[in-house]
Write a protein that binds this ligand. Structure first.
Ligand code: AP5
Ligand code: MG
Length: 190
């Protein structure tokens, strides 16, 4: 099984590129953000707890998302691998992922990182806010906190996975089609 991590700051285009990647490589897409938004929409206890953190641009506790990932790995069959979008987001989550995969003699295949500068993050999120109405896209303060959370808690994973020789970075500033082609070219060589 392949275990790809789709990495990048908020608004980099992870969700956008994920659909083409899962189709081409027969992967199952797991977006922890989308799973959490489903819990919120369903009004579950977990969703209620997660909502205030997400609306503040903070991360939900590591154990919550780790449990979601493990349950998807257990239940989804018939694919060649998984595409993790928005997970791991902290060093603790990356270490937990390694432990989960080790239990079944598996490991992270590669990290595909879509990189854009902070100013472009804001442009992309403002654009999406006018179309999708995601609660965490609505306020400037939340967007700024998400960017800060990314730099403080998630960016250290670049070093974590580079040290393992698994980190591959794609320039995310081109058009959707250009970025998609760059990802495919890179993944075809893996
Ligand atoms: P999550 O849903 O993962 O949000 P995110 O990381 O902030 O990323 P986004 O979904 O905002 O961006 P994206 O990269 O998918 O961009 P998209 O393709 O939509 O997480 C939300 C929250 O949940 C977190 O803040 C946290 O609270 C919680 N959470 C989630 N995972 C967690 C975890 N592991 N641990 C703890 N908490 C967690 O593109 C953005 C826009 O740009 C779209 O409008 C798109 O059409 C456009 N676009 C994309 N590519 C291009 C392009 N090349 N050119 C022009 N426009 C483009
Ligand atoms: Mg997304």
């Amino acid at each position: 099984m392949k275990y790809y991590i789709l990495f990048g700051p908020p608004g980099a285009g992870k969700g956008t590129q994920a659909s083409a990647m899962v189709e081409k490589y027969n992967l199952h897409h797991i977006s922890t953000g989308e799973l959490l938004r489903k819990e919120i929409a369903a009004g579950s206890e977990l969703g209620l707890k997660a909502k205030s953190l997400i609306d503040a641009g903070a991360l939900v506790p590591d154990e919550v998302v780790e449990g979601m990932i493990e349950s998807e790995f257990r239940t989804v069959k018939g694919v060649d691998g998984f595409l993790l979008d928005g997970f791991p987001r902290t060093t603790a989550q990356a270490e937990a992922l390694d432990r989960i995969l080790e239990k079944c003699n598996e490991s992270v295949t590669s990290v595909v990182s879509i990189m854009i500068p902070d100013e472009m993050i804001k442009e992309r999120i403002r654009h999406r806010a006018s179309i999708e109405g995601r609660a965490d896209d609505a306020r400037e303060e939340t967007i700024n906190n998400r960017i800060k959370t990314y730099h403080d808690k998630t960016e250290p994973l670049v070093t974590f996975y580079s040290a393992q020789g698994k980190y591959r970075e794609i320039d995310g500033t081109g058009t959707i089609e250009q970025v998609r082609q760059a990802i495919f070219d890179m993944m075809d060589k893996l």
